[in-house]
Design a protein around this ligand. Structure first.
Ligand SMILES: Cc1cc2nc3c(=O)[nH]c(=O)nc-3n(C[C@H](O)[C@H](O)[C@H](O)COP(=O)(O)O)c2cc1C
Length: 191
C-alpha cells in the first residue's frame, strides 16, 4: 500500500559507510525525473554523487555559512538530531555516503517548488529500495565558493543553474526513529 511506504520514510541523520549501488541511485534519479514540474518544463537537473569523500566535503561546505542566529528554538529531532539541534555537527550531510544535488534555473520562479517535488519522489523511491534518506536545504550556499562553482563546471552543470537542495542517501545506523504524531486539524473536506 502506498500509505505504508509513506509511513516507512523517516529523515535519517545517522548512516553506516555502506554505499548505495549505482543501479539504485539510477532508479532514485529516475524517480526525480517523473516528478511534476511547473508548466511541464522539466527545467531542473540532478547530479548524484557516489564518492563518499566528496560527499563529506560537500556536507562541510553545506554547513560553512550556517547562521544560527535566526533559529526559532524548537527541536527538530531528539532521536536523529539535526544541524539545528546539535551545534557540534559540521557535516550537513551527516556522514551519508551518497547525495543527489538538485538544480534549477536560477531565474525561474518555480525552481524551488520543482526541486522539492523531485526530492520527495526520490526519498519515496529510496524508501521502497530500503535506502534511508533526508532532504537537506542550503543548496545555493553550498556551492557559493570559487571552488564550489568550479566543481559544478566539471560536473557539466550549465551556467545559470543553481543548486536548490539535496537528498542524502545511505543505510541507517541504528534503530529507526519513532514516527512523530501528526498534528491534528490541518485538513478539511468541503462537500
Ligand atoms: C524543505 C525542507 C528542507 C529541509 N532541510 C533540512 C536540512 O537542511 N537538514 C536536515 O537535517 N533536515 C532537513 N529537512 C528534513 C526535515 O527536518 C524532516 O523532514 C522533518 O524533521 C520531519 O521528519 P520526517 O522527515 O522524519 O517526517 C528538510 C525538509 C524539508 C521538507
Amino acid at each position: 500500500m502506498f500509505m505504508d511506504l509513506l509511513a516507512k520514510r523517516f529523515a535519517i541523520r545517522k548512516y553506516t559507510a555502506q554505499q548505495v549501488s549505482r543501479e539504485d541511485l539510477e532508479r532514485i534519479l529516475q524517480a526525480g525525473e517523473f516528478a511534476p514540474s511547473a508548466g511541464g518544463g522539466q527545467r531542473n537537473m540532478f547530479v548524484g554523487v557516489r564518492n563518499a569523500e566528496l560527499v563529506r566535503k560537500l556536507g562541510r561546505w553545506n554547513m560553512a555559512k550556517f547562521d544560527r542566529s535566526n533559529l526559532a528554538g524548537s527541536y527538530v529531532s531528539r532521536e536523529q538530531p539535526s544541524t539545528i539541534d546539535d551545534p557540534t555537527i559540521t557535516d550537513g550531510f551527516y556522514g551519508a555516503p551518497c547525495v543527489v544535488c538538485l538544480f534549477g534555473q536560477a531565474n525561474f520562479k518555480f525552481k524551488e517548488a520543482d526541486a522539492y517535488c523531485a526530492a520527495e519522489n526520490m526519498v519515496l523511491q529510496a524508501t521502497e529500495l530500503g535506502i534511508s534518506s533526508c532532504i537537506v536545504s542550503r543548496g545555493p550556499e553550498t556551492f557559493a565558493s570559487i571552488e564550489g562553482r568550479e566543481l559544478l563546471r566539471t560536473w557539466g552543470v550549465p551556467d545559470g543553474y543553481e543548486c536548490v537542495c539535496f537528498v542524502i542517501l545511505g543505510y541507517r545506523d541504528g534503530e529507526p526513529p519513532h514516527r512523530k504524531s501528526r498534528r491534528e486539524g490541518r485538513t478539511r473536506i468541503v462537500e
